[in-house]
Design a protein around this ligand. Structure first.
Ligand SMILES: O=c1nc[nH]c2c1ncn2[C@H]1C[C@H](O)[C@@H](COP(=O)(O)OP(=O)(O)OP(=O)(O)O)O1
Ligand SMILES: [Mg+2]
Length: 201
């Protein structure tokens, strides 16, 4: 069975594929389907946007499709950038510019108030229209400067106290074991196993 990954984010594809490949599904990024138009992410919640992306991909490809909508919530900014994380500093989805904007807004925020979390909602859309969702969150601290070279997005600013490292300093497997995406994906895998078993039997 095919599973289309309805994301254009290469960082997400790496993390998702690492956990999905062992399932024995044929995992195909949406980039391999020419002509798919990126949907407008105008939902008020991560779930709204994840569902919108997964359904659009399932309709376009006719295949089981999985989408991820995620972002960073800073408590000192009342949860911003939240669902606007990707385009926080503008339409270009520029990670470096997003990180600079976040640092600037948090400039005067004392260490103990720099708490936040990544959130992720994964939506799985079946070709005939049923949708399933799974979510995950990971708590951390937003640093005052970038640290680490790995990962993507806000990873170099996101410090995990239990690891004493940022998401950009830990490897992909470690990140998947604790991250918002890893948590959501483990629940999503249970959903996929159920769907897969139902189809076979
Ligand atoms: O583990 C993460 N580590 C660092 N940053 C992260 C992570 N997870 C989400 N993020 C940030 C990246 C982006 O600024 C936004 C997601 O936005 P989001 O719309 O879900 O993804 P996107 O536009 O990059 O790709 P797509 O919609 O095609 O899946 O949150
Ligand atoms: Mg997006």
């Amino acid at each position: 069975m095919k599973l289309v990954l309805a994301t254009n984010n290469k960082g997400k594809v790496k993390e998702l594929a690492e956990m999905l490949n062992p399932l024995g599904l044929q995992v195909v990024p949406i980039g391999e389907y020419p002509g798919f138009q990126e949907v407008e992410e105008d939902g008020e919640t991560f779930a709204d946007n994840a569902i919108k992306k997964a359904v659009a991909a399932a309709e376009f490809t006719g295949e089981l499709s999985l989408a991820d909508d995620s972002g960073l919530e800073a408590d000192a900014l009342n949860g911003a950038p939240g669902v606007h994380s990707a385009r926080f500093a503008g339409e270009l989805k520029d990670d470096a510019a997003n990180n600079r904007k976040l640092l600037k807004l948090l400039e005067d925020v004392p260490d103990e108030k720099r708490t936040g979390r990544f959130r992720c909602v994964i939506a799985i859309a079946e070709p005939h229209g049923r949708v399933h969702t799974a979510e995950g969150a990971c708590e951390g601290i937003i640093l005052r400067e970038l640290k680490g070279e790995g990962g993507f997005g806000y990873d170099p600013l996101f410090y995990v106290p239990t690891y004493k490292q940022t998401f950009a300093e830990i490897d992909l497997k470690q990140k998947n074991s604790i991250s918002h995406r890893g948590k959501a994906l483990r629940k999503a895998v249970e959903i996929l196993n159920r769907l897969y078993v139902n189809r076979e039997g």
